[in-house]
Unconditional design. Structure first.
Length: 606
């Protein structure tokens, strides 16, 4: 029989009979989905194809947990898919799930439909029950417990008040068929209920501590009325006494309401070693003592607490980068609350809770039992988070503690994101933590997108700056190379100019020396001893001068040199016969060389 209930996981019927075939066609390559099933403080891993149906998933869960399909209540689906999971033939892929899904499994009662059973029970779990307990010393205890508190936890809390160990407690007034694992909501008792507690040794011979639980129960039975009977359960450490004259016991119990009651609604905490001593001076020392005393009292199975100041814990959780942030969970402890032992001993010892806090939160613990420590914490959270957070903590009543204060960083501001009070079950606590983590992850997506866009802009700017710097360096290198080249050219020009100047000076010196050897031009223009020499330089301007015929060739060449045509650079060519005069004997006269009465010579560069 397929059963469903609001808030539990079932499947939606496809409007088309070939829906699954069409889905497989669209996604020919199925992949496995890992379902993390949290049930009774245990984690079960179920791997199944995303093309499988909800019915096939429930069958696998039944194989893992032993919970029949018709009694499975699964929480944790997407809220928008509640109506889509009401038919076992619905394909998992149509639920838009990822490759890992965390679900909370509740084993519902065989009595009635799942939908009819869970809602009233969930409501009763949140109700507060007041137990009026007549204790052996004649006083009356008036204790308040949440509906999800089980009988064994109540016995344990009563032990902290009366010093009667659980194995020596004999109770009258419980309904039939209750066990140590039965919760108040499941027991069927009224919101105000009367009970009688006796010590197992009262009214009979003292029973040795070495006797077994059955012998102890028998002794307890002897000390009660003859109409009482014992009901045993394999999980019980102590028999529960069920009295057939419950109504008379209730009438007797009501007589104990008098003005001499010395017990209050909260346990007597004077004998406990507090998690943080009174008037602690330093926040860091207080947090270290909190962890040490927590482990000493509740054992090593506990979540990892941050040790240090609240400010340091916030810095660890609320880092500047959105991708590195976690939620900050502040566990607020109070030894005066009846919820404390169950919350610490059971909820915070649950493996699923521990793993959830480790993966998604930075957990910080503080004990508010003493007013001095409470004031220190209020001052610290006011400075680190804000006055609103301080007021929120101050207004939490003791009977709702312990509590988990979830703090989140939104943009640049830290604020209270959620408050989870102590009157919750393991599944409810896990569900609320998962919900807070998912909501914060959605909130961070916006910041992550903006942060990625900002990083992308910064990366582009860095690349542009790098390109600009590279271009600037290239320009500087070009300018430097150009400057060096110009400097070299300038140096070369100076060298060449210097060489030219030196050469010109040397040429001028040679010309001056040659000019000094040339005699003045004869005044006589014609005559037997006068010759007229014309010289045609490369410039084309004729040079003409008269010489005496007895003038040595040396004087003629010196004249040519004095005119700027050094013999080392130019040849003096006679046309006919063609010869280079510079190669002849310089001491021969012009007459000997037949360079008269006139001659035209050509100056050629060597």
């Amino acid at each position: 029989m397929q059963l469903g209930f609001a808030g539990a996981s079932t499947s939606r019927s496809s409007s088309h009979p070939d829906f699954r075939t069409a889905l497989n066609y669209l996604d020919p390559a199925p992949h496995s989905v890992l379902f993390k099933i949290h049930s009774n403080n245990e984690l079960h891993l179920v791997s199944i194809s995303n093309h499988a149906t909800v019915g096939e998933l429930k069958a696998k869960i039944s194989e893992k947990t032993g919970v029949p399909v018709c009694r499975q209540a699964l929480k944790g689906w997407d809220s928008g898919k509640q109506k889509d999971v009401q038919n076992s033939s619905t394909v998992l892929k149509s639920l838009n799930i990822g490759k890992e899904v965390s679900l909370i499994l509740t084993d519902m009662s065989m009595e009635g439909f799942v939908g009819d059973a869970t809602e009233p029970l969930a409501s009763q779990n949140q109700q507060t029950y007041t137990l009026h307990i007549n204790v052996p010393d004649g006083n009356m205890l008036h204790l308040k417990f949440p509906g999800f508190q089980n009988i064994l936890a109540i016995k344990t809390d009563v032990y902290t008040i009366t010093d009667i160990p659980v194995r020596h407690q004999v109770w009258s007034g419980w309904p039939n068929n209750v066990t140590n694992t039965t919760t108040l909501a499941e027991s069927g008792v009224e919101r105000d209920h009367n009970l009688v507690l006796k010590h197992a040794d009262d009214g009979a011979a003292k029973i040795s501590n070495n006797n077994n639980a059955a012998a102890t129960a028998a002794g307890a039975s002897t000390s009660t009325s003859s109409s009482s009977r014992n009901v045993y359960n394999n999980s019980d450490s102590m028999p529960i006494i069920i009295d057939s004259e419950d109504s008379e016991e209730f009438e007797d119990a009501s007589d104990f309401n008098n003005d001499d009651d010395i017990f209050t609604e909260t346990p007597n905490i004077s004998q406990l070693k507090h998690l943080i001593p009174d008037n602690v001076d330093d926040e860091t020392i207080g947090s270290i003592q909190f962890v040490e005393n927590f482990v000493e009292r509740y054992g090593p199975q506990h979540p990892m607490f941050f040790q240090g100041s609240l400010e340091d814990a916030l810095k660890e959780a609320c880092r500047p980068s959105a991708r590195d942030r976690k939620l900050m969970a502040v566990y607020l402890h109070h030894d005066g609350s009846v919820l404390t032992n169950v919350f610490c001993g059971q909820l915070l010892a649950c493996e699923s809770i521990i793993q959830m806090l480790l993966d998604h939160f930075v957990l910080y613990g503080w004990d508010l039992t003493f007013e001095s420590n409470k004031n220190m914490f209020l001052s610290s959270i006011s400075a680190c988070v804000g006055m609103t957070a301080s007021i929120t903590v101050r207004n939490i009543p003791v009977d709702r503690l312990p509590a988990i204060l979830v703090i989140a960083k939104n943009r640049s501001q830290c604020e209270v994101f959620q408050v989870i009070y102590g009157n919750v079950s393991v599944d409810d606590l896990l569900s609320q933590l998962m919900e807070a983590s998912d909501m914060y992850a959605e909130q961070l997506k916006i910041e992550l997108r903006e942060e990625n866009e900002r990083l992308a802009r910064e990366q582009v700017k860095l690349e542009q700056d790098a390109a600009y710097q590279e271009s600037l360096e290239a320009d500087r290198a070009k300018q430097e190379a150009k400057r060096q080249k110009e400097l070299m050219m300038q140096t070369e020009r100076r060298r060449l100019e210097s060489e030219r100047a030196d050469a010109e000076a040397k040429r001028e010196q040679i010309r001056a020396a040659a000019r000094s050897t040339v005699p003045p031009e004869p005044e006589q223009t014609v005559g037997e001893n006068i010759t007229k020499i014309r010289m045609r330089p490369p410039t084309g301007v004729l040079i003409e001068r008269r010489f005496t015929t007895d003038t040595p060739l040396r004087i003629l060449l010196n004249f040519v040199t004095a005119e700027g045509f050094l013999i080392d650079e130019y040849k003096v060519i006679q046309s006919w016969p063609r010869r280079d005069l510079t190669a002849l004997n310089h001491e021969e006269t012009l007459k000997d060389l037949k360079l008269y009465p006139q001659e035209t010579l050509i100056l050629e560069e060597r």
